[in-house]
Ligand binder design. Structure first.
Ligand code: GLP
Length: 275
């Protein structure tokens, strides 16, 4: 696991976006796993900016989102379908036929989950999975006690998760009780994982996720099992890591060859930040 700590949320988002852009430039038909949530808003804004200003090309990119609420139509302003179109897909040159989200309106939800897994496999698996983290440590909507080998399935949302997402709905009672989510096992099969977390409120769960112990009660701890996982944090989210200094030293080592593509600009930022 590689941990990159940046001075603030803006730099952390920039770092994540650089990482994604590099992966896309290296493989224009990248299979990109995508996440939603407030943390991702700046990531999509910056990707759109990179598309407009630098011509970052999404024309051959294939995407799979982590999750979608059960019972929300794609046109519903609170759905992840809507979020993705508004925030990202409609603002870049991606072919909508290459974008995928689970269908939370499917009559047969189990069949929809099987179909989603098959669609990922047909594309050759996910190259880079972008992740946020819930306050209870969930990835996607893998709530506490999700098996590390779980696949795409329907999950009942916990009270913590429904409360966390309530501000995005007209009223707390309107937050759906269930969602379709990629499983932890599905996420761990991605060739690379990139998790972005910012802000003090995430610091406790981030420390648990990175420094363990492994537990299905905090599904993000499963990332410790992934061979190529990069975690990008701002100082606030990193503030409860016990070995904060060590992570910064390792990332700033000149010959350090982490799981990420080479990031010369980023390492300079880290060094500057430390000085
Ligand atoms: C939702 C999503 C998760 C995301 C989480 C974090 O629960 N299903 O994939 O990681 O929100 O959200 P935020 O970035 O708003 O804290």
């Amino acid at each position: 696991m590689e941990v990159i700590i940046q001075a603030n949320a803006e730099l952390a988002a920039l770092t994540a976006v650089d990482f994604i852009a590099r992966a896309l430039s290296a493989k224009p038909d990248l299979v990109l796993g995508l996440a939603t949530g407030c943390t991702m808003e700046s990531v999509y804004d910056l990707l759109v900016k990179k598309h407009r200003d630098e011509g970052l090309d999404f024309s051959r990119c294939r995407t799979f989102n982590l999750d979608e609420y059960v019972g929300l139509a794609a046109s519903d302003p609170c759905s992840y379908h809507h979020f993705m179109r508004q925030r990202f897909f409609d603002a870049v040159n991606i072919d909508l036929r290459n974008t995928h989200l689970p269908n939370g309106m499917a009559a047969d939800l189990a069949a929809e989950c099987t179909r989603y897994e098959a669609a990922i496999a047909t594309c050759g698996g996910i190259d880079l999975q972008v992740l946020g983290i819930g306050l209870n440590g969930h990835l996607g909507f893998n709530e506490p006690l999700s098996a590390f080998r779980s696949r795409t399935r329907v999950q009942n949302l916990s009270r913590v998760t429904r409360a966390q997402n309530a501000p995005l709905f007209p009223s707390p009672g309107q937050v759906p009780r269930r969602a379709i989510t990629m499983g932890v096992g599905t996420i761990l099969e991605a060739r690379q994982c990139l998790l972005l977390a910012t802000g003090l409120e995430k610091s406790e769960v981030v420390a648990k996720a990175i420094e363990g112990p492994l537990t299905a009660m905090i599904t993000a701890t499963a990332l410790q099992l992934h061979p190529a996982c990069t975690i990008v944090l701002d100082h606030a989210a990193a503030s409860r890591l016990t070995d904060n200094d060590h992570y910064q030293r390792v990332a700033a080592t000149p010959n350090y060859n982490g799981s990420a593509p080479p990031l010369p600009r980023l390492q300079k930022t880290l060094l500057t930040d430390q000085a």
